[in-house]
Design a protein around this ligand. Sequence first.
Ligand SMILES: [Zn+2]
Length: 475
Amino acid sequence: MEQDSLLLHHHPLSSNTMANISNTAPSDWRYVSEGGATIVFSYHGPPNPDFDGTVLRLRKALVPSLRPVVKVKDSEDGEEGNGKVVVHEEPDDPTIEYQIKCMSRLIPAENLPRLETVLLESEWLERLVELQNLKRPEGRREKDGIDVDRKKGVLATDLVGGNWLAVEIKPKWAFLPSLTHLSDATKATKSQTCRFCMHNHLRKSKGQIVEMSYCPLDLFSEDEGRMTRAVHGLWDGWHESGGSVNNLKVFAEGKILRPSEANAMLAGGVNTEYSINQIRDAFTTALVRTLVRNPVLSILSKLQRNLDVLDIEGLSKLWRETETLAPLYRTTFASFFEKPQESDAPPSTPLGVSSLFLSSPEPDIPAWEDFLDSFLSQFSAQLDNSQPVPQNLRYYLLAYLLSATFKDCSVIARLNFIDPGAEPNIKTGSNAVTVIDLDPKSMDKLRGWEKLDKEIATTYSSNPERKTCIDAFAA
Ligand SMILES: [Zn+2]
């Protein structure tokens, strides 16, 4: 790595290992979309083998007025010591390494985008901001923007920009939790209604979104009738919200479509006369047939459920049990352990937060690789998940985080333009269905997730009209 960076620093054109963004003009790139952490542009410049058919994914930073004040250690941004400029190597975007070393062991290559590192320059990025920032939603622009100080970005297969429809779905949680570790307060609710439907209800009650009839358990059911219902639910939520729900996006040749532009999905062009319901039905048929022929949903469903075997409630219990067994914890709170009836229970550290008693460092790539070695071996098959033991806490923590990655990822399906008067012509092969947004989740999210889970389930338990969601693959 270090040698690479020196080489590139002195001879920017001599390296053929990494593309350099300054070989393109900022005006060659067009805004596509963004999420919480990243923003995406697609290449529309002159033919260039490094960039044709690619998108550029850049990290975002808060706008200066919202940035927390941080003290930078003198050495950290090290520069001009003894008149020399020291160039510090910025690591590759962790997404790339995580995908190559971890995700490729779980998801077939033809269902993943090709990812590469691209070198950035701040002047180039500033010019891109000038050209493209106004194309971003206003609410986003007020909060954050391209991080122009980054030296590296990600170049990925452009899954949306070709001569096809790209349908991006955020399918969310695929399963109902196993009952073993649920508390009496949540068991009845969490075993009847799926996590997405409960969360949807909570967000609606807070006025954040329109109610969606979409249930992920239908989408993951592998039953065409139920999948049709799920896609109708996604479409209706998309339509009623004016395209603002984030569970469905539709792109035509790279351009994101609003529901009012649905006739841009038609093969005959925008002047073709079909009703919105005819478009909805033809879209649904094409999407369901594409998904049902592809292993992606089945893979995601299995991974989610096999990695989240305790539910966050069981994970939290195991965490507390492990902490109370720590020798330092027992000596620190010795008076309690000697006479438990006479004193209050000692405090416990929130899930995922390291303390003197129990350490749970953020996993790095080698830790993820070790975890996958265990997960993909007999080890995981031999675990008794009804009675998890403290020695395996680390395994269960990483498993839960990885499950969260698959609960939060998106899927992009490629469809041909729609003809409601004909049978759909289904795309197959490489990148017909692709999994994206597979970022590693961090340990410090766990305590927030535990809190949210409790809020979702308790709020839902007081809902008089509880939905029944069917998990087709419940154990
Ligand atoms: Zn549901």
